[in-house]
Ligand binder design. Sequence first.
Ligand SMILES: Cc1cc2nc3c(=O)[nH]c(=O)nc-3n(C[C@H](O)[C@H](O)[C@H](O)COP(=O)(O)OP(=O)(O)OC[C@H]3O[C@@H](n4cnc5c(N)ncnc54)[C@H](O)[C@@H]3O)c2cc1C
Length: 274
Amino acid sequence: MSITHLPASASADEICAALADDGCVVVDRVVRPEVMDEVAHELRPFAEKTPLGPDDFSGRRTRRTGGLIARSPKSRDLVMHPTVLGAVGNAFGVAQVRLGGGRVHHAMRTLGNAQRCLDMMAERALSRVTKGEKLAEKQAVQNMIADSYIEIAQFRLLVLHTAWQIDSYQDYNRVRKDIAAIKVLTSRVMESVARRAIQIHGALGTTYDLPLTRMLASGLMLALADGPTEVHQTTVAKQVLRGYKPADGLWPSEYIPARRAEAAAELLGEKFKI
Ligand SMILES: Cc1cc2nc3c(=O)[nH]c(=O)nc-3n(C[C@H](O)[C@H](O)[C@H](O)COP(=O)(O)OP(=O)(O)OC[C@H]3O[C@@H](n4cnc5c(N)ncnc54)[C@H](O)[C@@H]3O)c2cc1C
């Protein structure tokens, strides 16, 4: 495979088209060669201590040293370059588009893990016999299996709906309410389903001989990674509130005495107006 090279004058659309076609693109000489030389010089001591990565991207082996900005002050010229950041003042928007896809990805992976927990729960409930009957015959265990199935099914449909909206609109910003909603659900569903799966597996469920405690921890972690749950709840609430306006008068618009009076006036005429 050969990588497409574009000149530094390439437009964002050309770069995006090359990325969509090949998944990667090299934009030549985006910054002055002296800047790159200095970045390379600043990073050399760190890069030399980094082992080669296991990948074989396009026939090259890479070193992933990380901490670019912390380790190379000159790299700021590179990172702040308009071709990298996009339009001035739009960096947050660029970041949100990038993170939007990542959040759907967290949700998709979590769905797989939650389904795996349910599969494990069902197998265990049908296998373990205590007090003369299988766990599957005990109502409390049935409740745990049913609630897990229901939560996973709701979550799966919201993830699919969100992905469908992204595909349809090609605009992450327009789907931000549901992206934030599935981010909130991702940790909740993982945590609650993994907790039940551990419960049904008894003491064995708490050990590292099963993957369940790791899955539970991933649920806790996903309530923080990519922004804490509370921040995404705020996004959902703000987006929901955009579709509403304050009540016209003192009372809520669903205030029954006022609605009754309005209906009476409409049906029976002005003389019945209160
Ligand atoms: C596994 C993992 C991977 C990560 N990867 C990355 C990464 O690749 N890049 C990156 O930049 N960051 C990454 N993070 C950092 C992550 O985004 C932050 O941990 C997260 O945003 C919370 O910030 P904080 O840890 O500073 O906690 P704080 O900001 O101190 O928040 C602590 C708690 O305070 C409350 N809180 C905070 N803000 C609000 C608010 N606005 N409204 C209401 N309550 C609030 C919440 O309960 C929150 O959990 C990662 C974190 C984890 C756990």
